[in-house]
Design a binder for this molecule. Structure first.
Ligand code: SF4
Length: 620
Protein backbone atom coordinates (compact mmCIF):
# COMPACT_ATOMS: atom_id res chain seq x y z
CA UNK A 1 0.00 0.00 0.00
CA UNK A 2 1.40 3.43 -0.95
CA UNK A 3 2.17 5.50 2.15
CA UNK A 4 1.72 8.74 0.29
CA UNK A 5 1.05 10.27 -3.10
CA UNK A 6 3.43 12.56 -4.96
CA UNK A 7 2.38 16.21 -4.66
CA UNK A 8 4.72 18.70 -6.35
CA UNK A 9 3.62 21.55 -4.06
CA UNK A 10 4.46 19.47 -1.02
CA UNK A 11 7.94 18.75 -2.37
CA UNK A 12 8.45 22.44 -3.11
CA UNK A 13 7.49 23.39 0.42
CA UNK A 14 9.72 20.69 1.95
CA UNK A 15 12.65 22.07 -0.08
CA UNK A 16 12.05 25.62 1.16
CA UNK A 17 11.74 24.50 4.78
CA UNK A 18 15.00 22.57 4.40
CA UNK A 19 16.77 25.62 2.92
CA UNK A 20 15.45 27.83 5.72
CA UNK A 21 16.68 25.39 8.36
CA UNK A 22 20.12 25.39 6.79
CA UNK A 23 20.45 29.08 6.01
CA UNK A 24 18.45 30.45 8.96
CA UNK A 25 15.94 33.29 8.87
CA UNK A 26 12.21 33.27 8.26
CA UNK A 27 9.97 31.42 5.85
CA UNK A 28 6.31 32.38 5.44
CA UNK A 29 4.45 29.72 3.55
CA UNK A 30 0.77 29.57 2.78
CA UNK A 31 -0.12 26.04 1.85
CA UNK A 32 -3.71 25.55 0.67
CA UNK A 33 -5.76 22.65 2.00
CA UNK A 34 -4.55 19.33 0.64
CA UNK A 35 -0.93 20.41 0.13
CA UNK A 36 0.16 18.03 2.86
CA UNK A 37 2.07 20.71 4.72
CA UNK A 38 2.60 18.66 7.89
CA UNK A 39 4.85 16.16 6.14
CA UNK A 40 6.42 18.99 4.15
CA UNK A 41 7.84 20.46 7.35
CA UNK A 42 8.17 17.37 9.54
CA UNK A 43 10.52 15.49 7.21
CA UNK A 44 13.04 18.35 6.80
CA UNK A 45 12.77 18.99 10.55
CA UNK A 46 13.65 15.38 11.34
CA UNK A 47 16.59 15.54 8.93
CA UNK A 48 17.97 18.75 10.36
CA UNK A 49 19.87 17.27 13.32
CA UNK A 50 18.39 20.01 15.45
CA UNK A 51 15.82 20.00 18.15
CA UNK A 52 12.78 21.43 16.41
CA UNK A 53 9.64 22.73 18.08
CA UNK A 54 6.42 22.49 16.09
CA UNK A 55 3.62 24.63 17.47
CA UNK A 56 0.00 24.35 16.36
CA UNK A 57 -2.95 26.67 16.86
CA UNK A 58 -5.33 23.91 17.85
CA UNK A 59 -5.16 20.80 19.98
CA UNK A 60 -6.79 18.90 17.10
CA UNK A 61 -3.79 19.49 14.84
CA UNK A 62 -1.41 18.79 17.69
CA UNK A 63 -3.10 15.41 18.21
CA UNK A 64 -3.05 14.69 14.49
CA UNK A 65 0.70 15.38 14.29
CA UNK A 66 1.48 13.25 17.32
CA UNK A 67 -0.79 10.33 16.50
CA UNK A 68 -0.69 10.22 12.72
CA UNK A 69 1.93 12.33 10.96
CA UNK A 70 4.96 11.77 13.19
CA UNK A 71 4.48 7.97 13.26
CA UNK A 72 4.15 8.09 9.46
CA UNK A 73 7.45 10.00 9.25
CA UNK A 74 9.09 7.39 11.47
CA UNK A 75 7.84 4.72 9.09
CA UNK A 76 9.12 6.58 6.05
CA UNK A 77 12.49 7.31 7.65
CA UNK A 78 12.78 3.76 8.93
CA UNK A 79 13.87 4.85 12.40
CA UNK A 80 12.20 5.74 15.67
CA UNK A 81 11.56 9.43 16.23
CA UNK A 82 12.20 10.90 19.69
CA UNK A 83 9.09 13.01 19.94
CA UNK A 84 7.44 14.70 22.91
CA UNK A 85 3.93 16.10 22.89
CA UNK A 86 3.74 19.05 25.23
CA UNK A 87 0.47 20.71 26.17
CA UNK A 88 -0.55 23.46 28.53
CA UNK A 89 -0.28 22.48 32.18
CA UNK A 90 -4.03 22.63 32.76
CA UNK A 91 -4.37 19.57 30.50
CA UNK A 92 -2.56 17.39 33.04
CA UNK A 93 -3.66 15.89 36.30
CA UNK A 94 -1.89 17.32 39.34
CA UNK A 95 -0.97 14.40 41.58
CA UNK A 96 -0.65 16.60 44.64
CA UNK A 97 -4.04 18.30 44.41
CA UNK A 98 -5.67 15.09 43.19
CA UNK A 99 -4.47 13.18 46.27
CA UNK A 100 -5.91 15.91 48.47
CA UNK A 101 -9.15 16.08 46.60
CA UNK A 102 -9.64 12.32 46.43
CA UNK A 103 -9.14 12.06 50.19
CA UNK A 104 -11.93 14.53 50.86
CA UNK A 105 -13.94 15.20 47.69
CA UNK A 106 -16.03 18.33 47.79
CA UNK A 107 -18.59 17.95 45.01
CA UNK A 108 -20.73 20.74 43.65
CA UNK A 109 -23.72 18.55 42.84
CA UNK A 110 -24.86 14.94 42.42
CA UNK A 111 -23.98 14.80 38.74
CA UNK A 112 -20.32 14.99 39.72
CA UNK A 113 -20.44 11.62 41.54
CA UNK A 114 -20.28 9.67 38.29
CA UNK A 115 -17.59 11.93 36.88
CA UNK A 116 -15.54 11.49 40.02
CA UNK A 117 -15.70 7.71 39.61
CA UNK A 118 -14.56 7.98 35.97
CA UNK A 119 -11.77 10.33 37.00
CA UNK A 120 -10.64 8.03 39.82
CA UNK A 121 -10.44 5.00 37.53
CA UNK A 122 -8.47 6.96 34.97
CA UNK A 123 -6.16 8.58 37.52
CA UNK A 124 -5.19 5.15 38.82
CA UNK A 125 -4.13 3.97 35.37
CA UNK A 126 -2.94 6.93 33.33
CA UNK A 127 0.71 7.07 32.32
CA UNK A 128 0.60 10.57 30.87
CA UNK A 129 -1.97 12.34 33.05
CA UNK A 130 -3.21 14.01 29.86
CA UNK A 131 -6.94 14.56 30.06
CA UNK A 132 -7.31 13.98 26.31
CA UNK A 133 -7.34 10.29 27.28
CA UNK A 134 -10.22 10.80 29.67
CA UNK A 135 -13.43 9.77 27.96
CA UNK A 136 -16.99 10.18 29.10
CA UNK A 137 -16.72 13.47 31.00
CA UNK A 138 -17.73 16.91 29.71
CA UNK A 139 -15.00 19.18 28.39
CA UNK A 140 -15.85 21.89 30.90
CA UNK A 141 -15.97 19.56 33.89
CA UNK A 142 -15.83 21.89 36.90
CA UNK A 143 -14.14 19.19 38.94
CA UNK A 144 -11.12 19.31 36.65
CA UNK A 145 -10.41 22.80 37.93
CA UNK A 146 -9.78 21.32 41.38
CA UNK A 147 -7.25 18.76 40.24
CA UNK A 148 -5.41 20.02 37.16
CA UNK A 149 -1.76 20.97 37.13
CA UNK A 150 -2.08 24.63 36.16
CA UNK A 151 0.93 26.70 36.96
CA UNK A 152 -0.45 29.29 39.30
CA UNK A 153 -0.86 26.89 42.20
CA UNK A 154 1.96 24.47 41.48
CA UNK A 155 4.38 23.99 44.34
CA UNK A 156 7.26 23.24 41.97
CA UNK A 157 10.25 21.39 43.37
CA UNK A 158 8.79 21.71 46.87
CA UNK A 159 5.89 19.48 45.96
CA UNK A 160 5.94 16.03 47.60
CA UNK A 161 4.83 14.51 44.26
CA UNK A 162 7.38 16.44 42.19
CA UNK A 163 9.33 13.41 40.91
CA UNK A 164 6.28 11.48 39.68
CA UNK A 165 4.44 14.63 38.59
CA UNK A 166 3.11 14.39 35.03
CA UNK A 167 4.36 17.88 34.19
CA UNK A 168 7.86 16.99 35.46
CA UNK A 169 7.77 13.82 33.36
CA UNK A 170 6.61 15.70 30.31
CA UNK A 171 9.52 18.13 30.74
CA UNK A 172 12.00 15.26 30.95
CA UNK A 173 10.60 13.77 27.76
CA UNK A 174 10.84 17.13 26.02
CA UNK A 175 14.46 17.47 27.13
CA UNK A 176 15.31 14.19 25.41
CA UNK A 177 13.25 14.81 22.26
CA UNK A 178 14.42 15.76 18.78
CA UNK A 179 10.92 16.93 17.90
CA UNK A 180 8.58 18.69 20.30
CA UNK A 181 4.96 19.04 19.28
CA UNK A 182 3.23 21.76 21.22
CA UNK A 183 0.62 24.48 20.72
CA UNK A 184 0.78 28.26 20.58
CA UNK A 185 -0.71 28.65 24.03
CA UNK A 186 2.03 26.66 25.63
CA UNK A 187 4.71 28.12 23.37
CA UNK A 188 3.89 31.68 24.44
CA UNK A 189 3.16 30.84 28.06
CA UNK A 190 6.60 29.23 28.17
CA UNK A 191 8.22 32.33 26.69
CA UNK A 192 6.51 34.44 29.31
CA UNK A 193 7.90 32.46 32.25
CA UNK A 194 11.30 31.45 30.84
CA UNK A 195 13.13 33.97 32.95
CA UNK A 196 11.92 32.29 36.17
CA UNK A 197 14.00 29.33 37.24
CA UNK A 198 12.04 26.09 37.17
CA UNK A 199 9.10 27.63 35.37
CA UNK A 200 9.98 26.91 31.71
CA UNK A 201 8.35 23.83 30.27
CA UNK A 202 10.19 23.64 26.94
CA UNK A 203 13.91 23.00 26.76
CA UNK A 204 16.20 25.32 24.78
CA UNK A 205 15.52 25.39 21.03
CA UNK A 206 16.52 27.50 18.06
CA UNK A 207 14.35 26.07 15.26
CA UNK A 208 10.62 26.63 15.26
CA UNK A 209 7.72 25.76 12.99
CA UNK A 210 4.59 27.71 13.70
CA UNK A 211 1.69 25.92 12.01
CA UNK A 212 -1.74 27.59 11.93
CA UNK A 213 0.32 30.76 12.27
CA UNK A 214 -2.77 32.89 11.59
CA UNK A 215 -3.81 32.11 15.19
CA UNK A 216 -0.53 33.18 16.72
CA UNK A 217 -1.51 36.78 17.39
CA UNK A 218 -4.52 35.85 19.52
CA UNK A 219 -2.56 33.29 21.50
CA UNK A 220 0.34 35.71 22.03
CA UNK A 221 -2.10 38.41 23.15
CA UNK A 222 -3.49 36.26 25.91
CA UNK A 223 -0.17 34.89 27.10
CA UNK A 224 1.88 38.08 27.01
CA UNK A 225 -0.83 39.84 28.98
CA UNK A 226 -1.46 39.76 32.72
CA UNK A 227 -4.56 38.59 34.54
CA UNK A 228 -5.64 38.88 38.15
CA UNK A 229 -9.06 37.48 38.90
CA UNK A 230 -11.19 37.15 41.94
CA UNK A 231 -11.38 33.39 41.40
CA UNK A 232 -7.60 33.02 41.34
CA UNK A 233 -7.32 34.82 44.65
CA UNK A 234 -10.20 32.92 46.22
CA UNK A 235 -8.57 29.65 45.21
CA UNK A 236 -5.35 30.81 46.77
CA UNK A 237 -7.13 31.61 50.03
CA UNK A 238 -8.82 28.19 49.97
CA UNK A 239 -5.59 26.32 49.23
CA UNK A 240 -3.69 28.28 51.86
CA UNK A 241 -6.42 27.66 54.46
CA UNK A 242 -6.34 23.93 53.73
CA UNK A 243 -2.56 23.88 54.13
CA UNK A 244 -2.65 25.62 57.53
CA UNK A 245 -2.77 23.32 60.55
CA UNK A 246 -6.02 23.74 62.52
CA UNK A 247 -4.26 25.02 65.65
CA UNK A 248 -2.93 28.11 63.84
CA UNK A 249 -6.10 30.03 64.49
CA UNK A 250 -4.62 33.51 64.05
CA UNK A 251 -3.28 32.66 60.63
CA UNK A 252 -6.57 31.06 59.62
CA UNK A 253 -8.37 34.18 60.74
CA UNK A 254 -5.94 36.36 58.74
CA UNK A 255 -6.60 34.30 55.62
CA UNK A 256 -10.33 34.53 56.16
CA UNK A 257 -10.06 38.30 56.58
CA UNK A 258 -7.98 38.56 53.39
CA UNK A 259 -10.58 36.54 51.47
CA UNK A 260 -13.37 38.79 52.75
CA UNK A 261 -11.48 41.99 51.97
CA UNK A 262 -10.79 40.72 48.42
CA UNK A 263 -14.47 39.79 48.08
CA UNK A 264 -15.52 43.34 49.01
CA UNK A 265 -13.09 44.83 46.49
CA UNK A 266 -14.21 42.62 43.60
CA UNK A 267 -17.87 43.02 44.54
CA UNK A 268 -17.52 46.53 43.13
CA UNK A 269 -18.13 44.94 39.72
CA UNK A 270 -19.79 41.58 40.37
CA UNK A 271 -23.27 40.90 39.05
CA UNK A 272 -23.92 42.18 35.58
CA UNK A 273 -22.07 40.19 32.86
CA UNK A 274 -19.76 42.44 30.89
CA UNK A 275 -16.46 42.89 29.13
CA UNK A 276 -15.27 46.44 28.86
CA UNK A 277 -12.27 48.75 28.97
CA UNK A 278 -11.12 49.23 32.52
CA UNK A 279 -9.68 52.57 33.68
CA UNK A 280 -7.91 52.03 36.99
CA UNK A 281 -7.92 55.78 37.70
CA UNK A 282 -11.69 55.73 37.61
CA UNK A 283 -12.36 53.17 40.32
CA UNK A 284 -15.88 53.27 41.71
CA UNK A 285 -16.38 55.18 45.00
CA UNK A 286 -14.61 53.39 47.83
CA UNK A 287 -12.49 51.52 45.27
CA UNK A 288 -9.15 52.89 46.43
CA UNK A 289 -9.99 52.32 50.12
CA UNK A 290 -11.18 48.75 49.44
CA UNK A 291 -8.04 48.05 47.44
CA UNK A 292 -5.85 49.30 50.31
CA UNK A 293 -7.77 47.16 52.78
CA UNK A 294 -7.38 44.10 50.62
CA UNK A 295 -3.66 44.69 50.14
CA UNK A 296 -3.10 45.24 53.85
CA UNK A 297 -4.92 42.07 54.79
CA UNK A 298 -2.94 40.12 52.18
CA UNK A 299 0.27 41.58 53.65
CA UNK A 300 -0.79 40.43 57.09
CA UNK A 301 -1.73 36.94 55.96
CA UNK A 302 1.51 36.46 54.04
CA UNK A 303 3.63 37.80 56.89
CA UNK A 304 2.05 35.32 59.26
CA UNK A 305 2.62 32.51 56.78
CA UNK A 306 6.26 33.45 56.45
CA UNK A 307 6.85 33.49 60.16
CA UNK A 308 4.35 30.85 61.18
CA UNK A 309 6.59 27.80 60.76
CA UNK A 310 4.43 26.28 58.03
CA UNK A 311 7.34 24.72 56.16
CA UNK A 312 7.95 24.21 52.45
CA UNK A 313 4.35 24.39 51.33
CA UNK A 314 4.04 27.95 52.59
CA UNK A 315 6.89 29.04 50.32
CA UNK A 316 5.08 27.72 47.23
CA UNK A 317 1.89 29.42 48.33
CA UNK A 318 3.67 32.70 49.00
CA UNK A 319 5.28 32.66 45.55
CA UNK A 320 1.87 32.07 44.04
CA UNK A 321 0.40 35.00 45.97
CA UNK A 322 3.32 37.17 44.90
CA UNK A 323 2.61 36.38 41.24
CA UNK A 324 -1.04 37.25 41.65
CA UNK A 325 -0.16 40.52 43.33
CA UNK A 326 2.36 41.41 40.65
CA UNK A 327 -0.25 40.84 37.95
CA UNK A 328 -2.82 42.80 39.97
CA UNK A 329 -0.45 45.78 40.36
CA UNK A 330 0.47 45.63 36.69
CA UNK A 331 -3.19 45.89 35.72
CA UNK A 332 -4.10 48.53 38.31
CA UNK A 333 -1.07 50.77 38.12
CA UNK A 334 -1.40 51.64 34.44
CA UNK A 335 2.25 52.51 33.90
CA UNK A 336 2.39 50.68 30.56
CA UNK A 337 0.30 52.37 27.90
CA UNK A 338 1.09 49.64 25.36
CA UNK A 339 -1.49 47.49 27.13
CA UNK A 340 -5.25 47.80 27.22
CA UNK A 341 -6.89 47.11 30.57
CA UNK A 342 -10.02 44.97 30.43
CA UNK A 343 -12.66 44.19 33.02
CA UNK A 344 -14.76 41.09 32.64
CA UNK A 345 -17.53 40.08 35.01
CA UNK A 346 -18.94 36.58 34.69
CA UNK A 347 -21.27 35.56 37.48
CA UNK A 348 -19.39 36.16 40.71
CA UNK A 349 -16.00 36.08 39.07
CA UNK A 350 -14.36 39.36 38.10
CA UNK A 351 -11.33 39.27 35.86
CA UNK A 352 -8.99 42.23 35.55
CA UNK A 353 -6.48 41.90 32.76
CA UNK A 354 -3.98 43.85 30.70
CA UNK A 355 -3.53 42.72 27.08
CA UNK A 356 -0.78 43.96 24.78
CA UNK A 357 -2.23 46.16 22.07
CA UNK A 358 0.47 44.93 19.73
CA UNK A 359 2.33 41.68 20.10
CA UNK A 360 4.86 42.32 17.31
CA UNK A 361 7.42 44.12 19.54
CA UNK A 362 7.04 41.47 22.24
CA UNK A 363 7.51 38.61 19.79
CA UNK A 364 10.62 40.29 18.42
CA UNK A 365 12.07 40.55 21.89
CA UNK A 366 10.92 37.31 23.48
CA UNK A 367 10.79 34.85 20.61
CA UNK A 368 12.24 35.72 17.22
CA UNK A 369 15.44 37.11 18.69
CA UNK A 370 16.31 33.74 20.24
CA UNK A 371 15.71 31.69 17.12
CA UNK A 372 17.92 30.80 14.19
CA UNK A 373 15.19 29.56 11.85
CA UNK A 374 11.43 30.13 11.94
CA UNK A 375 8.87 28.68 9.55
CA UNK A 376 5.38 30.16 9.74
CA UNK A 377 2.72 28.29 7.85
CA UNK A 378 -1.05 27.92 7.51
CA UNK A 379 -3.67 27.37 4.84
CA UNK A 380 -4.57 31.05 5.33
CA UNK A 381 -1.73 33.50 5.79
CA UNK A 382 -2.34 36.01 3.02
CA UNK A 383 -5.06 38.52 2.33
CA UNK A 384 -5.59 39.59 -1.26
CA UNK A 385 -2.46 37.55 -2.09
CA UNK A 386 -0.10 39.44 0.27
CA UNK A 387 1.70 38.37 3.45
CA UNK A 388 2.01 42.02 4.59
CA UNK A 389 -0.76 41.80 7.19
CA UNK A 390 0.68 38.77 8.94
CA UNK A 391 4.22 40.16 8.83
CA UNK A 392 3.03 43.39 10.36
CA UNK A 393 0.97 41.76 13.11
CA UNK A 394 3.65 39.27 14.16
CA UNK A 395 6.72 41.44 13.71
CA UNK A 396 8.26 39.25 11.02
CA UNK A 397 11.00 41.11 9.09
CA UNK A 398 10.39 42.12 5.49
CA UNK A 399 13.25 39.99 4.20
CA UNK A 400 11.40 36.79 5.23
CA UNK A 401 11.17 34.34 2.34
CA UNK A 402 7.65 33.84 1.03
CA UNK A 403 6.01 30.89 -0.64
CA UNK A 404 2.37 30.53 -1.68
CA UNK A 405 1.19 27.10 -2.69
CA UNK A 406 -2.24 26.66 -4.22
CA UNK A 407 -4.37 23.82 -3.02
CA UNK A 408 -4.32 20.86 -5.42
CA UNK A 409 -8.13 20.66 -5.16
CA UNK A 410 -10.33 21.74 -8.03
CA UNK A 411 -12.50 24.22 -6.15
CA UNK A 412 -14.34 25.43 -9.24
CA UNK A 413 -15.91 22.05 -9.83
CA UNK A 414 -15.86 20.68 -6.28
CA UNK A 415 -17.48 23.66 -4.61
CA UNK A 416 -19.99 26.45 -4.92
CA UNK A 417 -19.84 29.73 -3.01
CA UNK A 418 -23.30 31.10 -2.44
CA UNK A 419 -24.19 34.63 -1.34
CA UNK A 420 -27.93 35.34 -1.59
CA UNK A 421 -28.87 38.24 -3.81
CA UNK A 422 -31.78 39.34 -1.70
CA UNK A 423 -31.50 39.25 2.05
CA UNK A 424 -31.49 42.13 4.56
CA UNK A 425 -28.03 43.27 5.65
CA UNK A 426 -26.91 41.80 8.98
CA UNK A 427 -27.31 45.21 10.63
CA UNK A 428 -31.03 45.23 9.78
CA UNK A 429 -33.54 44.11 12.45
CA UNK A 430 -35.11 41.88 9.77
CA UNK A 431 -31.89 39.95 9.19
CA UNK A 432 -32.15 37.19 11.75
CA UNK A 433 -35.64 36.11 10.77
CA UNK A 434 -34.80 36.09 7.06
CA UNK A 435 -31.48 34.32 7.66
CA UNK A 436 -33.19 31.58 9.66
CA UNK A 437 -35.52 30.88 6.78
CA UNK A 438 -32.64 30.88 4.32
CA UNK A 439 -30.78 28.40 6.49
CA UNK A 440 -33.80 26.12 6.59
CA UNK A 441 -34.05 26.15 2.78
CA UNK A 442 -30.35 25.49 2.38
CA UNK A 443 -30.35 22.63 4.85
CA UNK A 444 -33.27 21.02 3.02
CA UNK A 445 -31.41 21.36 -0.28
CA UNK A 446 -28.30 19.67 1.12
CA UNK A 447 -30.35 17.01 2.96
CA UNK A 448 -28.72 17.92 6.26
CA UNK A 449 -24.93 17.35 6.26
CA UNK A 450 -24.40 20.97 7.26
CA UNK A 451 -22.45 23.21 9.60
CA UNK A 452 -24.24 26.41 10.53
CA UNK A 453 -21.49 28.68 11.87
CA UNK A 454 -22.62 31.81 13.67
CA UNK A 455 -20.79 34.94 14.74
CA UNK A 456 -22.66 35.21 18.05
CA UNK A 457 -24.29 32.97 20.65
CA UNK A 458 -27.52 34.84 20.13
CA UNK A 459 -27.62 33.91 16.45
CA UNK A 460 -26.51 30.37 17.22
CA UNK A 461 -29.40 29.86 19.64
CA UNK A 462 -31.92 31.46 17.27
CA UNK A 463 -30.79 29.24 14.37
CA UNK A 464 -30.83 26.09 16.49
CA UNK A 465 -34.31 26.82 17.81
CA UNK A 466 -35.70 27.39 14.32
CA UNK A 467 -34.06 24.30 12.83
CA UNK A 468 -35.23 22.10 15.70
CA UNK A 469 -38.82 22.60 14.66
CA UNK A 470 -38.42 22.82 10.88
CA UNK A 471 -35.96 20.21 9.59
CA UNK A 472 -36.04 16.43 9.98
CA UNK A 473 -32.27 15.96 10.41
CA UNK A 474 -30.37 15.20 13.64
CA UNK A 475 -29.53 18.55 15.22
CA UNK A 476 -26.34 19.10 17.21
CA UNK A 477 -25.69 22.33 19.04
CA UNK A 478 -22.41 23.61 20.43
CA UNK A 479 -22.34 23.36 24.20
CA UNK A 480 -24.70 20.38 24.42
CA UNK A 481 -21.73 18.00 24.45
CA UNK A 482 -17.97 18.38 24.29
CA UNK A 483 -16.68 19.40 20.88
CA UNK A 484 -15.04 16.04 20.12
CA UNK A 485 -18.25 14.13 20.83
CA UNK A 486 -20.35 16.52 18.75
CA UNK A 487 -18.00 16.00 15.82
CA UNK A 488 -18.08 12.22 16.22
CA UNK A 489 -21.87 12.26 16.25
CA UNK A 490 -21.87 14.51 13.25
CA UNK A 491 -19.63 12.16 11.27
CA UNK A 492 -21.57 9.07 12.36
CA UNK A 493 -25.03 10.46 11.56
CA UNK A 494 -24.23 11.24 7.93
CA UNK A 495 -27.11 13.74 7.65
CA UNK A 496 -26.75 15.85 10.79
CA UNK A 497 -26.82 19.63 11.15
CA UNK A 498 -24.38 21.20 13.60
CA UNK A 499 -25.00 24.74 14.82
CA UNK A 500 -21.99 26.40 16.43
CA UNK A 501 -19.99 29.60 16.91
CA UNK A 502 -16.43 30.63 16.31
CA UNK A 503 -14.78 27.64 17.98
CA UNK A 504 -15.86 25.50 15.03
CA UNK A 505 -14.71 28.01 12.40
CA UNK A 506 -11.17 26.76 12.55
CA UNK A 507 -9.26 23.51 12.92
CA UNK A 508 -12.21 21.18 12.32
CA UNK A 509 -11.65 18.50 9.73
CA UNK A 510 -14.60 16.50 8.39
CA UNK A 511 -13.89 14.71 5.15
CA UNK A 512 -16.54 13.16 2.97
CA UNK A 513 -20.23 13.63 2.42
CA UNK A 514 -21.18 14.04 6.07
CA UNK A 515 -20.26 17.70 5.56
CA UNK A 516 -21.57 19.10 2.29
CA UNK A 517 -22.79 22.55 3.30
CA UNK A 518 -21.11 25.21 5.42
CA UNK A 519 -23.26 28.22 6.24
CA UNK A 520 -21.69 31.37 7.68
CA UNK A 521 -24.31 33.69 9.09
CA UNK A 522 -22.26 36.89 8.77
CA UNK A 523 -18.87 38.18 7.83
CA UNK A 524 -16.70 37.57 10.86
CA UNK A 525 -15.73 41.16 11.72
CA UNK A 526 -14.60 41.48 15.31
CA UNK A 527 -17.19 43.52 17.26
CA UNK A 528 -15.89 47.12 17.16
CA UNK A 529 -16.75 47.65 20.83
CA UNK A 530 -14.56 44.75 21.93
CA UNK A 531 -11.93 46.49 24.13
CA UNK A 532 -8.96 44.92 22.38
CA UNK A 533 -10.24 45.60 18.88
CA UNK A 534 -11.13 49.16 19.90
CA UNK A 535 -7.64 49.72 21.35
CA UNK A 536 -5.95 48.37 18.23
CA UNK A 537 -8.13 50.46 15.96
CA UNK A 538 -7.49 53.57 18.04
CA UNK A 539 -3.72 53.06 18.07
CA UNK A 540 -3.58 52.63 14.30
CA UNK A 541 -5.70 55.71 13.77
CA UNK A 542 -3.42 57.76 15.99
CA UNK A 543 -0.51 56.66 13.85
CA UNK A 544 -2.27 57.83 10.72
CA UNK A 545 -3.04 54.32 9.50
CA UNK A 546 -6.33 52.96 8.22
CA UNK A 547 -7.48 50.38 10.78
CA UNK A 548 -10.35 49.06 8.69
CA UNK A 549 -8.22 48.29 5.64
CA UNK A 550 -5.12 47.27 7.53
CA UNK A 551 -6.58 45.38 10.46
CA UNK A 552 -10.31 44.70 10.64
CA UNK A 553 -10.73 43.68 7.02
CA UNK A 554 -7.69 41.35 6.83
CA UNK A 555 -8.74 39.72 10.13
CA UNK A 556 -12.21 39.07 8.70
CA UNK A 557 -10.72 37.82 5.40
CA UNK A 558 -8.65 35.21 7.21
CA UNK A 559 -11.56 34.07 9.36
CA UNK A 560 -13.80 33.86 6.31
CA UNK A 561 -11.23 31.69 4.53
CA UNK A 562 -11.03 29.51 7.61
CA UNK A 563 -14.80 29.10 7.83
CA UNK A 564 -15.08 28.31 4.11
CA UNK A 565 -12.09 25.99 4.43
CA UNK A 566 -14.10 23.53 6.55
CA UNK A 567 -15.79 22.25 3.41
CA UNK A 568 -13.34 20.86 0.88
CA UNK A 569 -10.89 18.67 2.75
CA UNK A 570 -10.06 16.11 0.03
CA UNK A 571 -10.19 15.67 -3.75
CA UNK A 572 -13.48 13.80 -3.38
CA UNK A 573 -15.28 16.39 -1.22
CA UNK A 574 -17.99 18.40 -2.87
CA UNK A 575 -20.24 21.02 -1.44
CA UNK A 576 -21.54 24.53 -0.93
CA UNK A 577 -20.30 27.38 1.25
CA UNK A 578 -23.10 29.86 1.89
CA UNK A 579 -22.37 33.25 3.40
CA UNK A 580 -25.61 35.05 4.27
CA UNK A 581 -23.97 38.45 4.46
CA UNK A 582 -24.99 40.43 1.38
CA UNK A 583 -22.35 43.08 2.14
CA UNK A 584 -20.04 40.71 0.27
CA UNK A 585 -21.92 41.75 -2.87
CA UNK A 586 -22.78 45.31 -2.05
CA UNK A 587 -19.72 46.80 -0.37
CA UNK A 588 -16.42 47.64 -2.02
CA UNK A 589 -14.48 45.56 0.47
CA UNK A 590 -16.42 42.47 -0.64
CA UNK A 591 -14.01 42.13 -3.55
CA UNK A 592 -10.97 41.78 -1.28
CA UNK A 593 -12.78 39.22 0.81
CA UNK A 594 -13.88 37.22 -2.21
CA UNK A 595 -10.42 37.38 -3.79
CA UNK A 596 -8.95 35.84 -0.63
CA UNK A 597 -11.15 32.75 -0.96
CA UNK A 598 -10.29 29.61 -2.91
CA UNK A 599 -11.58 29.85 -6.51
CA UNK A 600 -15.07 28.42 -5.95
CA UNK A 601 -17.81 28.72 -8.58
CA UNK A 602 -20.24 31.38 -7.33
CA UNK A 603 -24.01 31.57 -7.04
CA UNK A 604 -26.63 34.05 -5.88
CA UNK A 605 -29.84 32.09 -6.32
CA UNK A 606 -31.07 29.27 -4.12
CA UNK A 607 -32.09 27.31 -7.21
CA UNK A 608 -28.42 27.11 -8.22
CA UNK A 609 -27.67 25.54 -4.83
CA UNK A 610 -30.53 23.07 -5.26
CA UNK A 611 -29.27 22.20 -8.75
CA UNK A 612 -25.74 21.66 -7.39
CA UNK A 613 -26.98 19.16 -4.83
CA UNK A 614 -29.21 17.42 -7.41
CA UNK A 615 -26.11 16.64 -9.52
CA UNK A 616 -24.44 14.84 -6.62
CA UNK A 617 -23.61 11.23 -7.37
CA UNK A 618 -25.62 10.20 -4.31
CA UNK A 619 -28.68 12.36 -5.05
CA UNK A 620 -31.86 10.43 -5.73
S1 SF4 B 1 4.74 19.65 40.98
FE1 SF4 B 1 3.01 21.01 40.71
S2 SF4 B 1 1.78 20.08 39.08
FE2 SF4 B 1 3.22 18.53 39.79
S3 SF4 B 1 2.06 17.38 41.26
FE3 SF4 B 1 3.15 18.96 42.39
S4 SF4 B 1 1.75 20.70 42.52
FE4 SF4 B 1 0.99 19.28 40.97
Amino acid sequence: VALYEHRPCQVEMAGEVWRTFRAGGFLLTEAGTGTGKSLAYLLPALHSDRRVVVSTGTKALQEQLSRKDVPLCAQVLGRPVRVATVKGRANYLCLHYWARFAAEPLLRDRSEIQHLKTLSRWAAETKSGDRAELEGVPEDLALWQDVNARGERCLGSRCPAYRECFVTRMRREAEAAELIVTNHHLLFADRMVRTRADAAVLPEYTHLILDEAHEAEDAATSFFGRTASRRMLQEWVQDASKAVPGEKVTLLAALKAAGEAAGRFFDLWAGEERREVFHPRELPPDGAALRRRMETSLDQASLQMETGGMGEEALGLLERLEEWREAFSFVLDESEDTFVRILEARGRNVILSASPIEVAPILKEKLWGDLKASVLTSATLTTGGSFAFLRDRLGVPEEARELRLQSPFDFASQGLFYVPEFLPEPTSPAFLEAAREEVRELVHASRGRAFVLCTSYRNMRAMAEHLASTVPFPLLVQGDEPKGILLERFRAAGDAVLVATSSFWQGVDIQGEALSLVILDKLPFAPPDDPLTAARVDRMRRRGRDPFQEYQLPCAAILLQQGAGRLIRSRQDRGVVACLDVRLRRKGYGRLLLSSLPPFATAGDLDEVRAFFRTEPTAE
